[in-house]
Design a protein around this ligand. Structure first.
Ligand SMILES: [Zn+2]
Length: 255
């Protein structure tokens, strides 16, 4: 499927979609419409002209500052645009135009938005996780992991985290995991199937534990420092989608 010209077109398209993901990341936690009004500088409220709204290019030309008031533009904007461009190019390179390409870019976009919103707001909007679960299940009829594994992925992914959240609450009498995390892993299970949902949870837990211990070791947090678990689930799911099948083969081959 390796097709350089196609991958470049996919990257350009991805950068434009990334620009839209930035709108979602900024507005969903505030409960604002993602369609209207036009994008504006959060500092001086000046509406952005189309030429100030070109993915990646505008940020570089403006050197990361608003043309009118000079307020710094968050580095999140070009990072999300570059990441989405890379996602589209890589999926095109791997799958060509196919149901799996569409499924993977939709999942990737959902993960990018959830990663960024959870990191900043400790929030995983239902507006992403619930439709995401439905779309992931629908895609499973057209390709991997198949509808049975997808359905099990929703039940197992959501079920495990729901059980952990319940147990934690009973024992500690405080909320350790939110229902947003439960719905997010159900969504990941819908796209990737139950096996990779478990791989995702394991990778996310390891990453969360490592970062948590680093924060404690550097005294930037204590045992109760809240980590945005959805951010780690997004990382885990990304790794599981790319390396998960190989990891599973290796792990199961140990027995
Ligand atoms: Zn401004």
């Amino acid at each position: 499927m390796s097709d350089p010209a196609g991958a470049v077109v996919a990257a350009l398209f991805g950068a434009a979609i990334g620009s839209f993901l930035n709108v979602c990341i900024h507005r969903l936690p505030l409960g604002q419409s993602i369609v209207r009004p036009r994008s504006a500088c959060p500092s001086c409220r000046a509406e952005l002209s189309w030429s100030d709204n070109v993915p990646l290019v505008s940020y570089l030309l403006l050197r990361g500052r608003c043309r009118r008031c000079g307020a710094p533009i968050s580095a999140r904007y070009p990072i999300v645009e570059a990441l989405t461009a890379a996602l589209f190019a890589a999926c095109w390179w791997q799958f060509g135009f196919s149901p799996l390409f569409l499924s993977r870019i939709v999942l990737g976009c959902a993960l990018i938005v959830l990663f960024a919103i959870d990191l900043e707001h400790y929030l995983l909007p239902n507006a992403i996780t619930l439709p995401g679960t439905v779309v992931g299940f629908a895609f499973s009829f057209l390709g991997p992991p198949g509808w049975m594994s997808s359905l099990l992925g929703i039940l197992v992914g959501g079920g495990i985290l729901f059980t952990i959240a319940e147990l934690y609450y009973r024992v500690r009498h405080e909320e350790g995991l939110g229902m947003g995390d439960v719905k997010m892993l159900a969504m990941i299970g819908a796209f990737l199937g139950w096996k990779l949902a478990i791989v995702t949870l394991m990778l996310a837990s390891v990453a969360g534990a490592v970062i948590g211990l680093l924060l404690i070791a550097t005294r930037r947090g204590d045992m109760k420092y809240a980590l945005p678990f959805g951010t780690f689930l997004a990382l885990g799911a990304g790794m599981a989608a790319v390396a998960g099948p190989g990891l599973l083969d290796w792990y199961l081959g140990l027995y």
